[in-house]
Design a protein around this ligand. Structure first.
Ligand code: TYM
Length: 349
């Protein structure tokens, strides 16, 4: 009798970090009109990322509740923001795009993670200090808990990479700390994400003050370019933008205003800063600013055109968000079943 040799079965190796398709997650608040900083610092990179990563993008409406906002404004902002993201090039065939509150697991995980987050860690968040303006007796507790909700957003989907602007770096570092603490206490559960912050554009500064970041909550609308500003408004704002002393068009630590304007130019035109500096050498600020205005107009115009089309038919965005919520919910439900089990909660089995 011939004894058949048992077929050798190679043990299946777990995919290593380099083999697994990288997963990207990022979020944006529906708290009002978007500005060029949001686009150049974040959205633009999301659009590029979706080419190769497994990408999930989220309209974080629960975060927007941390500052006063009416239900009607929030509802309108959510749809407007979804339209801006689609108009900017987020492709629902390649990325999951959804609204945070449509996936209940975000709120649930936030609460669970507050038990592995230290009060002192949250107190050290600079964004809380900025947004509360030192009035921490009066602001909503949601503003304090905000980074925990953000941490949950990211680790719920095992994201490896979080493309954000520089102002979010501290929140992503906290996310890693929270995930690591959870893993140490309950066993390996969450992936530790890393911030993906680009060297240019991660901190677009205000046009009227290069020491402050561009922000939609600024009192002077001349300090930011809204993605919905028309061409003449953009030209006027750039013309009035502050510059540095000395007339040469050059980036450098002694030239904060020009450094910012050059970064905007470089990203909108897709050209390296050195090339732009060389072109405007000896030509002064006037010529540079006039061209910069046209470059910015050229970058936002196609987005505005697509936005007008999408806004005319809200059913498109609604359909994308409904499908996105379904896909996100599937992933979130699977992960949360593990989290609940690890933490020992839930009684019905
Ligand atoms: P938010 O809505 O304030 O901003 C959205 C994105 O825009 C970036 N950004 C900037 N980038 C460059 N220059 C600027 N002046 C500038 N201003 C804003 C922000 O860094 C951000 O990437 N907490 C987040 C939302 C959030 C989130 C998340 C992000 C909730 N959950 C999970 C990543 C992952 C926020 O308030 O972004």
């Amino acid at each position: 009798m011939v004894v058949q040799e048992r077929e050798l079965v190679e043990p299946q190796a777990l995919p290593t970090d380099t083999e697994r398709r990288q997963r990207t997650f990022s979020g944006i608040q529906p708290s009002g009109s978007l500005h060029l900083g949001n686009y150049l610092g974040a959205i633009r990179n999301w659009v590029n990322q979706q080419e190769h990563d497994d990408s999930i993008f989220c309209v974080v409406d629960l975060h927007a509740l941390s500052l006063p906002i009416t239900p009607q404004a929030l509802r309108e902002n959510i749809l407007d923001l979804a339209n801006v993201l689609l108009a900017s090039g987020i492709d629902p065939e390649r990325s999951v795009l959804f609204v945070q509150s449509d996936v209940r697991e975000h709120a649930e995980l936030c609460w669970l993670l507050t038990s592995v987050t230290q009060f002192g860690e949250l107190r050290r968040m600079t964004q809380f200090k900025d947004k509360s303006g030192g009035q921490d007796e009066a602001v909503a507790a949601a503003l304090f808990i905000y980074p925990v909700l953000q941490a949950g957003d990211i680790i719920l989907y095992d994201a490896d990479k979080v493309p954000v602007g520089e102002d979010q770096k501290q929140h992503i570092e906290l996310t890693r700390d929270i995930a690591a603490r959870f893993n140490a206490r309950y066993g390996e559960t969450f992936v530790l994400p890393r911030p993906d912050i680009k060297p240019t554009g991660a901190r677009i500064m205000a046009l009227d003050d290069p020491a402050r970041k561009m922000s939609k909550s600024a009192a002077n609308p001349g300090s930011f370019i809204a993605l919905t500003d028309d061409a003449d408004t953009i030209r006027r704002k750039i013309k009035r933008a502050v510059t540095d002393s000395g007339g040469d068009v050059r980036a450098g630590t002694d030239k904060p205003a020009l450094t910012n304007l050059l970064a905007i130019y470089a990203l909108c035109a897709g050209e390296p800063i050195e090339q732009i500096e060389a072109r405007y050498a000896g030509r002064g600020y006037g010529a540079f600013k006039a061209d910069l205005a046209e470059v910015v107009v050229g970058a936002v115009e196609p987005i505005q055109r697509r936005l007008a089309e999408l806004s005319a038919d809200p059913s498109v965005a609604r359909g994308v968000l409904a499908r996105g919520a379904e896909l996100a919910r599937e992933r979130a439900a699977t992960k949360m079943a593990v989290v609940r089990e690890r933490m020992g909660i839930g009684g019905a089995g």
